[in-house]
Design a protein around this ligand. Structure first.
Ligand SMILES: Cc1cc2nc3c(=O)[nH]c(=O)nc-3n(C[C@H](O)[C@H](O)[C@H](O)COP(=O)(O)O)c2cc1C
Length: 145
């Protein structure tokens, strides 16, 4: 059984909705999942399996609800010692170079912290899909099975 902490970064609610659908699905597979939308470094330290689901805002920026957490995490630099992690990035490829920039920033930091990515970062393009939850739920299912 996996105990996921879903760290969600969302501006308009898309990523939040995806996180809620993932939680439901994961619990249906007899795992546990907690959504963390105002995270602290301790939430991160205490998580067994951090799963980030974050949109990108501005020009490749993190949603405001993750900004301070991200800075704190970079400062505290809690080494993960190969703890598993996964990152799903919601973005829009019409933004060009900053496509899924927030997800990329998170993924790179977790690699620097020596976490173990259980899968390459998932990119969910708003131009390609109107149902990001379907893609993310199926990706998480594969990771857990
Ligand atoms: C003001 C604004 C800026 C955005 N900037 C980017 C960006 O730089 N890169 C990207 O991939 N997507 C960008 N997006 C697209 C969002 O990440 C995408 O629409 C996402 O689904 C929003 O999810 P949310 O409702 O959880 O915030 C931007 C959207 C808005 C409205």
């Amino acid at each position: 059984m996996a105990n996921l902490s879903i760290f969600v970064g969302s501006v308009y609610g898309n990523a939040q909705h995806v996180a809620e659908e993932v939680k439901k699905h994961v619990e249906g597979m007899s795992h546990t999942a907690t959504i963390v939308d105002d995270p602290t470094v301790d939430d991160f330290r205490n998580s067994e399996f951090p799963l980030f689901i974050t949109s990108t805002t501005g020009q490749g920026d993190l949603p405001p609800n993750l900004e301070f957490f991200f800075m704190d995490l970079r400062d505290a630099f809690p080494l993960m010692e190969q703890k598993p992690f996964a990152v799903a990035a919601l973005g829009d490829s019409s933004y060009g170079d900053t496509y899924c920039g927030a997800g990329r920033q998170v993924y790179e930091l977790l690699e620097e912290l020596q976490g173990k990515a259980v899968a390459p970062m998932l990119e969910v393009d708003a131009i390609e899909t109107l149902e990001p939850e379907t893609e993310v739920v199926s990706w998480v299912s594969k990771i857990l099975s």
